[in-house]
Design a protein around this ligand. Structure first.
Ligand SMILES: NC(=O)c1ccc[n+]([C@@H]2O[C@H](COP(=O)([O-])OP(=O)(O)OC[C@H]3O[C@@H](n4cnc5c(N)ncnc54)[C@H](OP(=O)(O)O)[C@@H]3O)[C@@H](O)[C@H]2O)c1
Length: 254
């Protein structure tokens, strides 16, 4: 493993819980230094202490991804501390059960701001830093957390959430086309999970009981399963770009 100061740097958004947290833990074992953001700084502090105990250099910053200024300040802190970006994992995201016929505009706006716009801003900022003197066209890997809800409409209450993940699927291919046109070596991949047992369902339905009922139907994917998919993507040789990984709990119907 390279010395701490020469390790590659991976950014993980939404590292305070669920999939982002598990990915950060896996990346630390793979020898990355980490820049982690989410709104809940207390959660990031606990995670950073755990990972620093394993010899990883960790920057954490409380960022509300709905606010571009906060995102840019996070990237400025990354420049100051690491002055490199090798991997970006866009994991932050959320759903609200707010149907198209009756839903609240603010809830729709939050999903669009975090799931779509912040993902684009973070991607743009990361790519600018993946271009170096040695690699003027850029080298690195961007991974978007998409969803099976970006491949089909799962239920009648998919509302705007599913549309944001269809957008992520479209953004994955559009960025791939831009990168190839620019003759860049940066790779872009998505991961599209079915149901993963995290804090997502409780936030989505605003009900701990409903979330518990959802997750007790059958064995669900765990955040760890998604972190392993990230490892698979990153471990591919430079000439292999995996486009999307679709995975569901074996017993999931939709
Ligand atoms: N769980 C599933 O069934 C499932 C399935 C398919 C895809 N996904 C996708 O996987 C990704 C991760 O979700 P998860 O299951 O791990 O859910 P989670 O446990 O609720 O984690 C969501 C993360 O996003 C962060 N986040 C949300 N809003 C934010 C904001 N405004 N600013 C900064 N950070 C924000 C949260 O941090 P703070 O609250 O601390 O800000 C948290 O770290 C999402 O993109 C989700 O759409 C999930």
């Amino acid at each position: 493993m390279p010395s701490v100061s020469s390790r590659p740097l991976a950014i993980v958004t939404g590292a305070s819980s669920g999939i982002g947290l598990a990915i950060a833990q896996h990346l630390a074992t793979l020898g990355y230094n980490l820049a982690l953001c989410a709104r809940r700084q207390d959660r990031l502090d606990v995670l950073a202490a755990e990972l620093e105990g394993q010899g990883c250099n960790v920057l954490t910053q409380a960022v509300d991804l709905r606010d571009e200024a906060q995102i840019l300040s996070f990237f400025a802190a990354i420049d100051q501390r690491f002055n490199r970006v090798d991997v970006l994992i866009n994991s932050a995201g959320l759903g609200h059960k707010e149907p198209l016929m009756t839903g609240a505009t603010e809830a729709w706006r939050e999903m669009l701001d975090v799931n779509v716009l912040a993902l684009c801003i973070c991607t743009r900022e990361a790519i600018a830093r993946m271009k170096t003197q040695d690699n003027p066209q850029g080298k690195g890997h961007i991974i978007h957390l998409s969803s099976m809800s970006g491949h089909r409409i799962p239920t009648a209450v998919a509302g705007l959430y599913s549309a944001t993940k269809f957008a992520v699927r479209s953004l994955t291919e559009t960025l791939r086309r831009e990168l190839r046109q620019a003759d860049s070596s940066i790779r872009i991949s998505s991961i599209s999970p079915g149901i993963v047992e995290t804090e997502f369902a409780e936030k989505y339905s605003k009900s701990a009981d409903e979330a518990a009922a959802t997750y007790s139907r059958h064995p669900m994917l765990q955040a760890e399963d998604i972190a392993k998919a990230v490892t698979y993507l990153l471990k591919q040789p430079d000439h292999v770009e995996v486009h999307d990984i679709l995975l569901r709990p074996t017993q999931q119907q939709s």
